[in-house]
Ligand binder design. Structure first.
Ligand code: ADP
Ligand code: MG
Length: 746
């Protein structure tokens, strides 16, 4: 099989995203890889596809044991057998996983780095054929990264201990030079193919809001996006608890997560979020690494984070599926104080004394840059991208600043007063003293320092404090002033020469605080009203299926895939497979249920859905669809006596059984039964199960099912592919009829 075919069959995608194909090819040619791609760029696929194709096992080192199970479930849904080993398993379970892995039952095995050095694991690894070791979140190996984990340093001795050196691939979203070099050196990658993709995430909408009442903003936002999943990041545990309490009190289903909670509580809250039981989570930055939830539609920052690296990583957890998503940072000057405190109290373990000063300085510098982002009135996306070393061309037109209406004010004269004041301070004071002096504030501290005697004391008293701060940050951005990065950060003169040229102007852009949301793209923008109703129905079906199977909903299909389905309304397998994200493997599991739901919807709302290809949807259709206010339908059931009409056949397909059931049903206002319902019912009765054959999950009768007379057969699709079907004898058909018959209705 070629990589591209594997991408289609397992993941349902027609083409690779930037960087993916290069990486997959390099690995398959036996070359080490170091990939630096932003969150949501699709790093997993880069090692999962080689894992399917390489002869041997891929060991994936991943930082969070609490997420391995979900990762393995997601792979299973894509028809890729995988296992994991962590401390949540019993000895006996672990032994079984080792056995399975040795017997070639898995393509991938997930482990935490601590596990690698255990006796059992090295004994296992020496016997197994390890084709590749993949290090996910590889920045954890670097002391320069945000999430250094000493146990990551042990990966290399594990690799050395293997009888034959496997291919090594490392993945991270952290782009700094230091981290990149650390990864390559510490892991001893051999002339790795280094792939760095662009950092832009086009589907994300960025904004900074300077709001005084953050609580109100957050609550209002959550209420206005009731069906969306979102993350709200706060700087401290206290803030997490407060914002969480606020939301819960207002009836928003929200989970919370911080390091002050017990491990069990954290796991439970994390799961509530991943499984969409609580669409919103309020968390500190302890939350998120390794979370692959693709349908996060917004990330709000209640406080400013400590660095652009942090911000982009956290905000980037929105919209992994590629559908539009929003990232809003709520900024207040208070945030700078909170963050300085947090950095001051930062503890260092395993760091040489002489590095601590350097790290503190670096942290302070990062904080300043973050503040610059919060205060800039230029394009936010470009501010981010230039920080990460890209040189974007025009303003993006798709961020808060690009969409705001600005007033540009010439503040050259005021700028000169600021510079003069800094001159008078001899660069000894920070922002507070500087603004106080220029505004002519009546503060004891200013008298004490003597700044009330300056010629510039009160020179800008006609300005508001906010406008003065805006002017100062503009001067910092343009380099006329510089801010030192130490703890008691002071402001000094930068290169002021250009200001002496009378032609030089200092322009400050001011804008209204809050903008209406109308211009932002939403994930469902491509849908008409009826299309949205269908999306809603499909989203509910996804939740039901996910709950039945115990997998996170996004594992069934991503938001983006459901949105495309709702716009294209596929009515057969071929059309369904053309929807991005629907591959052969997922089609086998879920295709029928979604096809039926779409058919049912179209039957009820004929002509209502207009596709993406026709964005000018006829308003009549919308109106027609909107007018109907019907009682919600009940789950399928048969009334007593209905069953007598069931025409048993010798051996029936699931589809034939459901056709008969729907035909004989006399109950009113019930949903039809689907082929997939029958499949799941049979599984729940223990009659059938799924087995991996040639890396594909196929349905089979269990011993019990065989005894009952279930047999397997093959059918050929219109496209000429053959697939496995199950055939059920009359006895089981009768059992199914009895199961659906409600005896307590008339
Ligand atoms: P990362 O680990 O880089 O943050 P993931 O591996 O979690 O990103 O992938 C993010 C999303 O992108 C997932 O929903 C994944 O299914 C999707 N994706 C991956 N590869 C492709 C592709 N070639 N085309 C479309 N979507 C893709
Ligand atoms: Mg990832």
């Amino acid at each position: 099989m070629k990589p591209k075919e594997a991408l289609k069959i397992h993941f349902g995608y027609d083409s690779f995203k930037p960087g993916q194909e290069e990486i997959v090819d390099a690995i398959l040619r036996g070359r080490d890889v170091l990939a630096i791609m932003p969150t949501g760029a699709g790093k997993s696929v880069c090692y999962q596809i080689p894992a399917v194709l390489l002869p041997g096992l891929t060991v994936v080192v991943s930082p969070l044991i609490s997420l391995m199970q979900d990762q393995v479930k997601a792979l299973k849904a894509a028809g890729i057998p995988a296992g994991y080993i962590n401390s949540s398993l019993t000895e006996a379970q672990i032994a079984r996983v080792y056995d399975n892995a040795l017997n070639g039952a898995y393509r991938l095995l997930y482990v935490a780095p601590e596990r690698l050095e255990t006796y059992d694991f090295s004994a296992f690894a020496r016997q197994a054929t390890v084709a590749m070791v993949t290090v996910d979140e590889a920045h954890c190996i670097s002391q320069w990264g945000q999430d250094f984990r000493p146990s990551y340093l042990k990966i290399v001795s594990f690799i050395d201990s293997l009888p034959k050196r496997p291919v090594v691939s490392a993945f991270t979203a952290t782009a700094t030079e230091e981290v990149k070099n650390d990864i390559a050196c510490v892991l001893r990658l051999r002339t790795p193919k280094t792939v760095v993709t662009g950092f832009d995430r086009e589907n994300l909408w960025f904004d900074v809001e300077s709001v005084r009442k953050k609580d109100e903003y957050v609550l209002d936002y959550a209420r206005r996006h009731p069906d969306d999943s979102g993350i709200i990041y706060c700087a401290t545990r206290k803030n997490v608890d407060a914002v969480h309490a606020l939301l819960v009190k207002a009836g928003v289903r929200a989970a919370r997560y911080h390091a002050g909670m017990t491990q069990a509580e954290r796991k439970e809250n994390q799961d509530d979020f991943i499984y969409d039981r609580s669409p919103v989570i309020v968390a500190t930055n302890a939350f998120g690494m390794g979370i692959d939830k693709s349908n996060v539609r917004y990330v709000l920052h209640y406080n400013m984070p400590q660095s652009m690296e942090n911000y982009y990583q956290e905000a980037g957890r929105a919209g992994r599926d590629g559908a539009p998503a929003q990232c809003v940072l709520l900024f207040s000057a208070q945030d700078i104080i909170i963050n300085r405190l947090l950095l001051d109290n930062k503890e260092f373990t395993d760091v040489p004394e002489e590095d601590i000063g350097l790290i503190r300085e670096r942290d302070a510098r990062r904080l300043q840059i973050m503040e610059g982002y919060c205060r800039t009135s230029s394009c936010l996306r470009n501010t981010i991208l230039s920080y990460f070393g890209e040189a974007p061309a025009a303003p993006c037109g798709n961020c808060g600043n690009c969409q705001r209406e600005f007033t540009e004010t010439d503040m050259t004269e005021e700028a000169k007063k600021v510079v003069n004041c800094v001159y008078e301070t001899k660069g000894r004071y920070g922002l507070g003293i500087l603004t106080g002096t220029l505004l002519g504030a009546n503060r004891a501290r200013l008298k004490e320092l003597g700044t009330t005697e300056y010629r510039t004391y009160g020179a800008l008293k006609h300005l508001s404090e906010a406008l003065l701060r805006l002017l100062i940050s503009q001067l910092l951005l343009e380099g006329y002033l510089v801010q030192t990065a130490d703890r008691y950060s002071v402001i000094r003169l930068g290169n002021i020469a250009p200001l002496k040229d009378p032609a030089t102007r200092v322009l400050v852009r001011t804008h209204e605080d809050q903008q209406p949301e109308t211009q932002r793209r939403r994930s469902t923008d491509s849908l008409t009203k009826a299309g949205f109703a269908l999306f809603d129905a499909l989203r509910r079906l996804r939740l039901t299926l996910a709950r039945e199977e115990g997998v996170p909903p996004y594992v069934v299909f991503s938001d983006k895939t459901l949105i495309e389905m709702s716009a294209k309304t596929p009515q057969d397998k071929a059309a369904m497979l053309r929807v991005s994200g629907v591959g052969e493997m997922r089609y086998q599991k879920y295709g029928a249920a979604f096809l039926e739901a779409i058919a049912a919807f179209l039957q009820e709302n004929p002509g209502a859905v207009t596709s993406i290809a026709d964005p000018e949807a006829p308003p009549e259709a919308e109106k027609a669809a909107g007018k109907k206010t019907k009682k919600p339908k009940e789950a399928f059931y048969l009334r007593p006596g209905d069953g007598e009409g069931f025409r048993s056949g010798d051996l029936y397909l699931e589809a034939e059984i459901k056709d008969e059931l729907n035909r004989i049903c006399t109950a009113e206002n019930v949903k039809p039964v689907f082929g997939a319902d029958i499949r799941r019912l049979m599984e729940s009765w223990g009659y059938i199960t799924e087995k991996k054959i040639n890396k594909m999950l196929l349905p089979f009768p269990t011993e019990r099912g065989t005894a009952k007379g279930i047999v397997t057969g093959t059918k050929t699709s219109q496209a000429g592919n053959s697939y496995t079907v199950l055939l059920y004898p009359p006895e089981i058909q009768k059992e199914i009829v009895a199961y659906y018959t409600k005896n307590d209705v008339r």
